[in-house]
Design a protein around this ligand. Structure first.
Ligand code: NDP
Length: 445
């Protein structure tokens, strides 16, 4: 059995209770096999893979906060500091009832490779809590965020660990967390990204993940002789990533006909009106089904997975992990999908990914396709360190360059080590090589 397989088998036994982490590790270690085989002796002597798969540390803590009725609520939070070989830990904070250690380990593991792919000096981490901001008052969210930061502040810093937003953590939550960090430490530093523009945020950060997804998807399609313009697009989710992916792909000349949230999806054959979606989701914090009462000709269907049965040429899953299973992948293939760009992290199951690849669908994995968010966060860190702000056009130009560069690296790594066009392997390999070299150079740490 090869070194990569042995490490994977050990993980499956040790972490059998962490399915999302095992899913990510299986995909990563399986696709890295050609590189690891070539360097097996060197890597094994250095215990490289055993270190690579295991987070440097995981901090776990309780978050007590007082709800509006005066009752004390207690949530469970984590920060997974995965790998700092190439820079300070960097990765978002997820606030969602489903959050657990397995999910944050899978996200942190993916983040290590993603951050490496950006070419910027950022290591990988991820954090989160099983708190649900939905249905909470502003004051409850503030008290939660303050309590969360009252513990977390000891472990983070502008040069050690720089969290950002993720599911459930938007500008409001980042603002409350930043205020509490500043109050506790007395430091005005770039410890979080995704900040508001009045206190150190970067223009273009809000849009960066969705826009970056479209830049990379376009590069992938053009390299393969296809165009974005004129295509029909499905976008799942209606949060930060989904909204700006839908906006950019529309600007590129495609038509988005469906979007969703965790309750169901809307179908608008005339093209989704994003002003209405932004009003419902960003301003009113409402549900996507409200769209149909405001836009004629649109329909709403309860349940999420049906969205993938709508015929389209481009699918941009931007909601959450494992939202496309094998059946949904087959429905997309039957509906004529040409390209899938993952805006969310690991939205396709392993079986779904295999189905796309087997059918010849162009497939951009999340760690490459959604890297625009963290890349722009790193640009926010740079601006904070320099004490200046770039214009939106400057940030967008850098983002476009980074996404095209990521695609080129992934494309080249796929051709050199795996199969041309296998961007899953290409992304894992290109991301891994830089981290591995830095880890080896730094010795057994
Ligand atoms: P948001 O919280 O802004 O939006 C999430 C969207 O997905 C909402 O529409 C939400 O619906 C839906 N959703 C969440 N959980 C589920 C679920 N279990 N089933 C169905 N739908 C669900 O998050 P983001 O847009 O920031 O994040 C979306 C994805 O993109 C995540 O996978 C995240 O890790 C990834 N990502 C985000 C980055 C960023 O910069 N924000 C960067 C890179 C990746 P509802 O409102 O009903 O909960």
């Amino acid at each position: 059995m090869s070194y990569a397989q042995r490490v994977l088998e050990q993980l499956k036994v040790r972490y059998a209770h962490e399915p999302e982490y095992i899913q990510a590790a299986t995909e990563i270690l399986t696709t890295l096999k050609p590189v690891i085989d070539r360097n097996e002796e060197k890597y094994e002597k250095a215990g490289l893979l055993e270190r690579f798969v295991e987070p440097e540390r995981i901090i776990s803590f309780r978050v007590p906060w007082v709800d509006d009725s005066g009752k004390v609520q207690v949530n469970r939070a984590f920060r997974v500091q995965y790998n700092s070989a190439i820079g300070p830990y960097k990765g978002g904070i997820r606030l969602h009832p489903s959050v657990n250690q397995s999910i944050l380990k899978f996200l942190g593991f993916e983040q290590v490779l993603k951050n490496s792919l950006t070419g910027l000096p950022i290591g990988g981490g991820k954090g989160g809590c099983d708190f649900d901001p939905k249905g909470k008052s502003d004051n409850e969210v503030m008290r939660f965020c303050q309590s969360f930061m009252t513990e977390l502040y000891r472990y983070i810093g502008a040069d050690t660990d720089v969290p950002a937003g993720d599911i459930g953590t938007g500008a409001r939550e980042i603002g409350y967390m930043y205020g509490q960090y500043k109050r506790l430490t007395g430091l005005y530093e770039g410890v979080l990204t995704g900040k508001g523009l009045t206190y150190g945020g970067s223009l273009g950060r809000k849009e960066a993940t969705g826009f970056g997804l479209c830049y990379l998807t376009r590069a992938m399609m053009e390299r393969n002789g296809k165009t974005v313009s004129g295509k029909t697009v499905l976008v799942s989710g209606s949060g930060n990533v989904a909204i700006y992916a839908a906006q950019k792909i529309t600007e590129m000349g495609a038509k988005v006909v469906a979007m969703s949230d965790s309750n169901g999806y809307i179908y608008d054959p005339n093209g989704v009106n994003l002003d209405v979606v932004k009003q419902i989701k960003e301003v009113e914090r409402g549900r996507i089904k409200e769209y149909v009462s405001r836009v004629s000709g649109a329909t709403y269907t309860e349940g999420c997975s049906g969205i993938w049965t709508i015929p389209c040429q481009i699918a941009l899953p931007c909601a959450t992990q494992n939202e496309i299973n094998e059946a949904s992948a087959k429905a997309l293939i039957a509906g004529g999908v040409e390209a899938v760009g993952e805006g969310a992290n690991m939205p396709s199951t392993i079986e779904a990914t295999e189905a796309f690849q087997k059918a010849g669908v162009l497939f951009a994995p999340g760690k490459a396709a959604n890297a625009g968010g963290v890349a722009c966060s790193a640009l926010e860190m740079t601006q904070n360190s320099m004490r200046l702000s770039w214009t939106a056009a400057e940030v967008d130009e850098k983002l476009q360059g980074i996404m095209v560069n990521i695609f080129n690296k992934v494309d080249e790594a796929a051709a050199e080590y795996a199969t041309p066009g296998d961007y899953v392997a290409g992304a894992n390999i290109a991301g891994f090589l830089k981290v591995a070299e830095a880890m080896l150079a730094q010795g057994a740490v």
